[in-house]
Design a protein. Structure first.
Length: 574
């Protein structure tokens, strides 16, 4: 697998199509080490090419020889993917997704940018292609210097850029080429004109080790062929294979009438139907780029093709599952968290533990109501949790500090044993004294910024907001969530302005942190609150609907079931 060339040797070599070999790295590393020890200044190493016309340019060989002569030849190599794709300012797809996906799988990822897009979770607002000559320059910079194993392509906005890439790959061969024929974004915006179809078909596919179209792209490549079933996908995979790539993966996504995410892989001889579970989430932006990058990373690590595809699919499924509730942006398509494995460990290592799902049914206590019904605060909190409350706030405007701390300690015991966070209304001192999970502060209480500096990064801080400007300030101050209301008129809080469902919606749309609605909410109107259907709205907070009722547990159960029904019928991401 390894060829040694004299540094002055100008021989060109032409290698036959290379099989991806898992032992490649080990063997090349050992051979390099041997060479470095034997005769460091006069020999260089190179690897055979998978591409026709493969050669190592003299300048690159000389550079390698110099590096080895300088004593760096025995360093550790990394599997290396070069992504040639567009930049996504929202970082859910494109170059940014590729770099994160490769990093997550342990591959180094260099990048050649073909276009700069202005993009977010709503859609694509602008596309600015990079001039062909500058794409060529970027390619030369990376490929002439770095040992790239696999090139992965994403957005190639013109035939000219496709041609530039093909020329570069002829000059600087790599182990494998993964082509994701990106044409339309998940939001439906065009990223490459129809003229690029001929570039893919006539130029790039013949060089590709795998092409990974989704149903729309496969259909476009085949002149508008209708693709509805797995059998259609098999026919499409065969037709695309006839265009030149060695392998084809047609991604079925969520096929009509199926609860699975089904893909078809064709290697020119056999079809493999790869089934995965469909994850119900808005956070699917960039899954195509991620899948192709993962395939590239696995190939760079030495996996055989089918195994690379299977591992990539497993990674995407795990990332979708982990990211299904993440709130980034207000548009219909949010991004994945590619670094979920890292972040899972970060949580256990002490990062903030707030989970927006906890806001679903938020019980806010009221000392006056407890007195009226002859209940202790501890019994009231216990009953609300038994009924399904997901977070509790102790709100007591009258208690002496000492009594408040005592009550908070007792409630904390119940909350902790049920895995329900306990927050303290207004009183940062009480929260600190009993080590509660956090505080909720209003616009005239201690500023959230100050509370954050006192409580540290791990405590939960909620802030009451009635306007978009207040929501922006709360986020800037380090709030974890905001409480917005009163949504409906209420007698629980005197002189409180009602913002209505429209006001709630405006704040939710503006908020960069999760929102819980509060004020006059009960079983009669809780459904209408969730139905405003803005992703940042994560639940409702109630006082009288629980604590001014005879049976707190029954009321909590009723509310919870209404919230769950509404969120599942409206497919809300709460
Ligand atoms: C979840 C939640 N949202 C809003 C409020 C109101 O807090 P604030 O504005 O501080 O008013 P008081 O509760 O102090 O009367 C809240 N408590 N909880
Ligand atoms: C504390 C608070 N903040 C805004 S409205 C409100 C009172 C909510 O109480 P209820 O759920 O009984 O209307």
């Amino acid at each position: 697998m390894l060829e040694l060339l004299d540094s002055c040797d100008s021989r060109r070599f032409r290698a036959s199509k290379m099989q991806i070999n898992p032992s490649f790295y080990t063997s090349s590393f050992m051979a390099v080490a041997a060479v470095a020890t034997a005769s460091p200044s006069s020999l260089i190493y190179t690897r055979p090419s998978s591409r026709s016309g493969g050669r190592i340019p003299g300048s690159a060989r000389r550079t390698t020889a110099l590096v080895m002569a300088a004593g760096n030849g025995g360093g550790r190599t990394m599997p290396h993917v070069l992504t040639v794709a567009g930049s996504d300012s929202g970082a859910g797809a494109g170059i940014q997704a590729d770099i994160k996906a490769c990093g997550a799988l342990g591959a180094y990822c260099s990048s050649v940018i073909t276009a700069v897009t202005a993009q977010n979770t709503v859609g694509v607002q602008g596309v600015h292609p990079v001039p062909e000559a500058f794409v060529a320059e970027q390619l030369r910079s990376v490929l002439s210097d770095m040992a790239v194993d696999v090139v992965k392509t994403g957005m190639l906005p013109s035939v000219g850029i496709i041609k530039v890439l093909c020329r570069s790959l002829q000059e600087f061969p790599v182990k494998a080429l993964v082509v994701d024929p990106v044409m339309v974004s998940t939001s439906g915006d065009m990223l490459a004109g129809p003229s690029t179809l001929s570039g893919y078909r006539d130029e790039l596919f013949a060089m590709a080790d795998i092409v990974t179209p989704n149903l729309k792209e496969a259909s476009a490549l085949l002149g508008g062929m209708s693709l509805r079933t797995v059998s259609d996908m098999c026919s499409a995979a065969k037709s695309i294979h006839n265009l030149g790539p060695r392998n084809v993966l047609v991604k079925g996504g969520h096929l009509p009438g199926s609860s699975e995410a089904t893909d078809v892989f064709f290697d020119g001889e056999n079809y493999h139907v790869i089934r995965g579970s469909h994850v119900n989430t808005r956070n699917t932006h960039g899954t195509g780029c991620t899948l192709a990058s993962c395939i590239a990373a696995e190939l760079a690590k030495g996996s055989p093709m089918l195994q690379a595809v299977q591992r990539a699919k497993t990674f995407v499924e795990s990332a979708l599952d982990y990211s299904k509730d993440i709130l980034i942006g207000n548009g219909p398509q949010g991004p994945l968290d590619h670094l979920f494995d890292l972040n899972t460990h970060a949580h256990t290592a002490g990062a903030r533990s707030f989970d927006a799902k906890d806001l679903f049914l938020y019980a806010v206590t009221d000392s006056g109501m407890n007195r009226k019904w002859g209940r202790s605060i501890v019994d009231a909190v216990k009953a609300s949790i038994e009924g399904g409350a997901t977070i509790v706030q102790l709100r007591d405007k009258e208690a002496e500090t000492r009594d408040f701390i005592e009550a908070a300690n007792a409630c904390l015991e119940i909350c902790r044993s049920n895995g329900v966070p306990l927050l303290i209304n207004d009183r940062v001192d009480v929260a600190l004294a009993c080590d509660a999970d956090g505080v909720h502060v209003g616009q005239s209480d201690m500023p959230a910024r100050v509370a954050r500096s006192i409580l540290g990064p791990q405590k939960i801080i909620g802030v009451s907001c009635k306007t978009a400007a207040q929501a922006a300030q709360a986020w800037a101050d380090g709030a974890d969530y905001i409480g917005c209301g009163g949504v409906f008129p209420t007698t629980t809080k005197a002189n409180n302005l009602t913002v209505g469902l429209d006001g709630l919606k405006a704040v939710c749309l503006a908020s960069k942190v999760p929102v819980v609605a509060i004020g006059g909410i009960s079983a009669a109107n809780a459904g209408s609150v969730l139905e405003i259907s803005v992703p940042s709205l994560k639940g409702v907070a109630v006082v009288s609907a629980l604590f001014d009722r005879e049976c707190i547990g029954t009321e909590a159960r009723r509310l919870k079931s209404i919230l769950m029904d509404t969120s599942s019928h409206a497919k809300l991401s709460v």
